[in-house]
Ligand binder design. Structure first.
Ligand SMILES: [Fe+2]
Length: 241
């Protein structure tokens, strides 16, 4: 070994062992970094697609709601989708920049539920409109309603009473899946009053924008119109979703 002095020859085995160790270590480290980068790609760097507004234009031409009312309502719904995406983006940026202790972050986080629920509730609402209002009497949902409320009419009276409550919000027929129990309930605005773990089956919007264009302040007439246009097949399909 040219260049090695007698004094340094004793270090040769150690040098060789270190070199082998070094090579093994670098291979292990390289492998680990590769695996970590893959994991990071899966967990941290995954690109999440923004929410997209759904097209409910099939509802246009309904007898009981004018196209003007529906178009205005679709525009409002699109605003919830847009703001949900905006908030999620802003919150992610703030988290990256370490701004999670700021009051702005806290307020935007609180706002997220309002916008997100506004988006999702409208999708469920439009999704259970456009039908004939006739429930399949021997269907699973009709049977559940009759069993638990005594009759369809008794359930309908209760649901309409929820919808007639003063305030702005939503009437919802929920299934508490843990007990198989149906519950008519009121959602205040978009985000207060949800039943944890509940599956929304039927949704009725009772914000004024849902009816004032066609019915003025006559919410009762709007509720009757809504009932004549429920798509009960859509509501029943949510039992298994
Ligand atoms: Fe609405």
């Amino acid at each position: 070994m040219k260049g090695l002095t007698e004094k340094s020859l004793w270090m040769l085995p150690l040098f060789r062992m270190d070199r082998r160790y070094f090579l093994k270590s670098t291979a292990f480290l390289g492998g680990s970094l590769f695996a970590w980068s893959l994991l990071g790609g899966c967990l941290g760097a995954a690109e999440l697609k923004p929410y997209e507004a759904r097209d409910f234009s099939r509802l246009k031409g309904m007898k009981v709601f004018s196209n003007q009312l529906l178009e205005q309502h679709f525009t409002l719904y699109q605003g919830y989708v847009k703001n949900t995406n905006l908030l999620l983006e802003q919150l992610a940026q703030m988290a990256k920049q370490g701004q999670t202790q700021s009051p702005t972050y806290a307020e935007l986080k609180r706002r997220l539920g309002w916008e997100f629920d506004g988006m999702r509730l409208h999708e469920l609402y439009f999704g259970n409109l456009g039908g004939t209002g006739e429930i399949k009497k021997d269907g699973k949902l009709a049977k559940l309603i009759a069993e638990q409320f005594g009759s369809f009419d008794a359930w309908a009276a209760d649901f309409k009473a929820v919808g007639a409550m003063r305030g702005i919000g939503w009437a919802v027929l929920y299934l508490d899946a843990t007990r198989g129990r149906l519950v008519n309930t009121w959602i205040n605005e978009h985000d207060v009053g949800h039943l944890v773990g509940g599956q929304p089956l039927l949704i009725m919007d009772v914000f004024e924008h849902a009816y004032m264009t066609d019915y003025g302040i006559n919410r009762g007439a709007y509720i009757e119109a809504f009932f004549k246009n429920i798509d009960w097949a859509a509501a029943e399909s949510r039992l298994s979703s």
